[in-house]
Design a protein. Structure first.
Length: 386
C-alpha cells in the first residue's frame, strides 16, 4: 500500500522530506534515546540498540489512522508518510549494522556488510528494470480477460515474486512488497490494484496486531509496571519534541508539526524485528528485550488517541490569516434573483458579459482570491471567493 501511494517520481519529489526530515528524525531520536539508556546504566551497544528500536514508528498503524480519518492527503499525512518511508528504507541497513555489533565477529561482518550492500543494490536495480519491462504487458493481458479473480492473482504474483527475490538477496520481504507497490504504481492499473487489495489491508493489520500481542509475556508488566509506564511517557514525549521541532525547521506550522509529532511519538513494528535480531545476536538480555516489546506495543495502542488529540489541537494552533475585505461576499441593495456564474475565467467572463448586455443581474464566484480582488476593484463586479 505504501508503494502504491508513492511511485518513483513522487519519491524524487518528496526527497527533501524523506531523506532530510526522515533521516534527521531517526538519527536524533536514536541518539537521544540511547543517551537516556546509558544514563540508566546500559552499556553502549545495548543502549544503541534500544535507541534504534524506539526511534522507529508504526507504519502499519500510523498510515491506517489518517486514512480512516480522511487526513492522509493533508500536510500532516504527507509529512508522517515521508518520515515513515525513510524508516522503512533504513531498516535493512540497521539490521546489517546489528550484525556488525555482534561480539567476536567484527572483521568478518564488516566484509559481509559491504558485500550485502552491493548485493542489495544490484538486486533492487534488477527488480526495477525487469518490472518496468514485464508489468505493463502482463496486466494488459490480464485486463483483456475481464476476470477479477485473475487480476487478484496477478497482483499477488507480483508482490510475492518481488518479496521472494529480495528475501533471496538477504533483504526483507517487506522491502520487496514496497518495491512491488512502486512498480505497480507506475502502471495505468494503479487504481484498480488499490481497489483489489483494499479488503486485505484491514485484515492484515489485524493479524499483525494479534501476532504482536502473542509475542508479549504479561509477567513482565506485572513485575516492572512502573518502569514500563514511565518509559512509555518518556519515549512518546521525547519523540514528540524532536519531531515537532524538526517539522518546524522544515517549514511546517505549529499545528501540523505538533500533529505529526503526536502520530510518530509511539513506537513501531520494526522495533520487534530489531529487538528479535539483537536478542539473537546476544546484544540484549531477555528481560530488557521484553520491556522494550511492551513499551513498543503499548505506545502503538495510543496512536488513535494521540491522532484525535492532534486533530483537536490543530485548529487552535493554526495561524489566523487576516481577511481581505476586497474578497468578501458583496452586499447588494435589492432582492432580485441572480444568476450564479461559477468560475470567472475566460468562459465565466464571457457569460457575465452576455448577462450584462441583457441586463440580467448575476453573482460570480471564483477560487482565485487575487482574481476576485482584481475584478472587484477594476470593474466593480458582484464577485466573491468560492
Amino acid at each position: 500500500m505504501i508503494g502504491l501511494e508513492l511511485s518513483f517520481e513522487r519519491l524524487w519529489v518528496m526527497r527533501r522530506l524523506v531523506f532530510g526530515l526522515g533521516s534527521q528524525q531517526v538519527v536524533i531520536c536514536a541518539a537521544m534515546l540511547a543517551g537516556v539508556a546509558m544514563l540508566l546504566g546500559y552499556d553502549r551497544i545495548s543502549a544503541d540498540v534500544i535507541g534504534l528500536a524506539l526511534a522507529m514508528s508504526s507504519t502499519a498503524v500510523v498510515i491506517q489512522v489518517p486514512s480512516e480519518e480522511k487526513r492522509f492527503k493533508t500536510v500532516t499525512g504527507r509529512t508522517s508518510f515521508a518520515i515513515l518511508l525513510f524508516q522503512d528504507l533504513a531498516v535493512v541497513p540497521l539490521l546489517l549494522v546489528l550484525g556488525i555489533f555482534a561480539p567476536a565477529t567484527y572483521v568478518s561482518n564488516m566484509a559481509a556488510f559491504g558485500l550485502a550492500v552491493g548485493q542489495a543494490l544490484v538486486t533492487v536495480a534488477a527488480i526495477v528494470a525487469l518490472g518496468r519491462l514485464v508489468l505493463r504487458p502482463l496486466f494488459r493481458s490480464v485486463a483483456r480477460t475481464r476476470s477479477a479473480e485473475l487480476f487478484v492473482a496477478a497482483c499477488l504474483l507480483v508482490v510475492i515474486a518481488v518479496g521472494l527475490a529480495t528475501a533471496a538477496a538477504g533483504l526483507s520481504m517487506a522491502l520487496g512488497a514496497l518495491i512491488g507497490g512502486l512498480l505497480l504504481a507506475g502502471t495505468e492499473y494503479r487504481r484498480q490494484v488499490e481497489v483489489t487489495i483494499e479488503p486485505f489491508e484491514g485484515l492484515a493489520v489485524g493479524v499483525f496486531l494479534i501476532s504482536v500481542g502473542m509475542s508479549l509475556d504479561i509477567r513482565t508488566l506485572g513485575t516492572k509496571p512502573f518502569l514500563v509506564f514511565v518509559a512509555i511517557g518518556c519515549v512518546v514525549l521525547l519523540k514528540l519534541l524532536v519531531v515537532t521541532r524538526l517539522a518546524r525547521a522544515f517549514g511546517l506550522n505549529w499545528a501540523h508539526s505538533l500533529h505529526t509529532g503526536l502520530l510518530l511519538g509511539p513506537g513501531g513494528e520494526f522495533a520487534f524485528v530489531i529487538v528479535s535480531v539483537a536478542s539473537g545476536e546476544h546484544l540484549l538480555v531477555p528481560d530488557t528485550a521484553q520491556v522494550l516489546l511492551f513499551i513498543t506495543a503499548l505506545t502503538m495502542a495510543t496512536v488513535p488517541l494521540l491522532s484525535r488529540l492532534g486533530g483537536g489541537l490543530a485548529p487552535r494552533l493554526a495561524p489566523k490569516m487576516p481577511v481581505d475585505l476586497s474578497i468578501l461576499v458583496p452586499q447588494v441593495s435589492d432582492a432580485l434573483p441572480r444568476v450564479i456564474v461559477a468560475g470567472f475565467g475566460r468562459v465565466g467572463q464571457t457569460v457575465a458579459a452576455m448577462l450584462e448586455v441583457h441586463k440580467v443581474p448575476y453573482v460570480a464566484v471564483d477560487r482565485d482570491a487575487n482574481r476576485v480582488a482584481r475584478q472587484r476593484n477594476t470593474e466593480r463586479l458582484c464577485i466573491s471567493v468560492m
